[in-house]
Design a protein around this ligand. Structure first.
Ligand code: UDP
Length: 323
């Protein structure tokens, strides 16, 4: 299978490329390098520099005998999406429509979509399964849910088969060190913890210590990016076998608190991580964990790299030399 990985130079995309190559697929990366980096490109994969907002560019790429696509390119900072929804409407809606229309025009009928747990909004129960009501609390989450709705229509009207993968908290780095690009200006917890450990920032602000959890800090389901990546390869193989469209959670069902993440990091790397308790961040639910049984049943997927030890060690490998 020849797979076009749209956004394949980014953090998750580069790990997906490695997984697809490992599953003997031919890979072409399509990326505008706005947040992705050439450091994340694999020599075994072709590279096209292009933008999903340019219909001709994405259509030309799609016409290179592509059998399926992985659609990752998109903006992903929840906070920013609330301040600048226009940017998210443009990239995550207009850009996605360009990709789906180009795929349809080129006759590409297999789509793996990078979705998010944020489509659920505040959990009514946990672990969250795919039947949980969808009520995004952020504009970012709304764009992910809208794309899933587009995909359902394109399935019904044009026979596009898709697997939408709802990621929980993506963390960690390739354990062999094959992905070297660090995210610029990270917004997520673990890279911020790492930056505090090396002294790039003076401390981690823990957003709230009065939640109804064991230590008062928020609990999330941290899933190693290599496990996420494997699911994309398995999802493509599933569609290749003639599987029907699916929406699947990807998580571990295990929750870790913010404080646990920091203390575990200190233990694994043998350094202090300065932190301070700060006010709650708007829109943060106390606990978000995934029920991922459906991904196991449909794809045979399971999280194998997602111990906190593995997650922290593989991330520290990249950060330890920074300062
Ligand atoms: N968090 C924190 N300090 C930070 C960044 C994040 O306390 O500087 C907390 C955040 O409130 C949440 C958890 O860490 O409970 C994970 O946040 P992240 O932004 O990584 O992912 P999210 O769960 O919001 O998608």
């Amino acid at each position: 299978m020849h797979i076009l990985v749209i956004g394949g130079a980014g953090y998750i995309g580069s790990h997906v490329v490695k997984a697809l190559l490992g599953h003997k697929m031919k890979v072409t990366v399509f990326d505008n390098l706005s947040t992705g980096t050439e450091l994340n490109l694999f020599k075994e994969a072709d590279f096209i520099k292009g933008d999903i907002l340019n219909y001709d560019e994405i259509l030309t790429a799609m016409k290179q005998n592509v059998d399926g696509i992985v659609l990752l390119a998109g903006k992903k900072a929840v906070g920013e999406s609330m301040e600048n929804p226009m940017k998210y409407a443009l990239n995550n809606i207009n850009g996605v429509i360009n990709v789906l229309n180009a795929a349809t025009e080129a006759g590409v009928k297999k789509v793996i979509f990078s979705s998010s747990a944020s489509v659920y909004g505040t959990p009514q129960y946990y672990p969250l399964d795919e039947k949980h009501p969808e009520n995004p609390m952020s504009f970012y989450g709304f764009t992910k849910l809208e794309t899933e709705r587009f995909l359902k229509w394109y399935d019904q009207l044009k026979g596009v088969k898709f697997v939408s993968l709802r990621y929980f908290n993506a963390v960690g780095y390739d354990e062999a060190g094959d992905v070297r690009g660090l995210e610029k200006n990270p917004q997520n917890l673990l890279p911020i913890v790492m930056e505090a450990a090396v002294g790039i920032r003076d401390k981690v602000n823990i957003f709230g210590n009065d939640y109804d959890t064991k230590d008062g800090t928020c609990i999330r389901d941290y899933i190693h990016v290599t496990d996420l990546a494997t699911a994309h390869a398995q999802a493509l193989e599933y569609l290749e076998r003639g599987g029907q469209s699916q929406i699947l959670n990807l998580g571990t069902s295990q929750g870790s608190s913010v404080l646990e993440m920091i203390l575990k990091t200190e233990e694994v790397i043998g350094r202090k991580v300065p932190y301070e308790f700060a006010p709650r961040r708007a829109g943060d639910p106390a606990i978000v964990t995934a029920k991922a049984d459906k991904a196991r049943e449909v794809l045979g997927w399971k999280a194998e790299h997602s111990s906190l030890d593995n997650i922290i060690r593989s991330t520290w490998n990249l950060y330890k030399d920074l300062k």
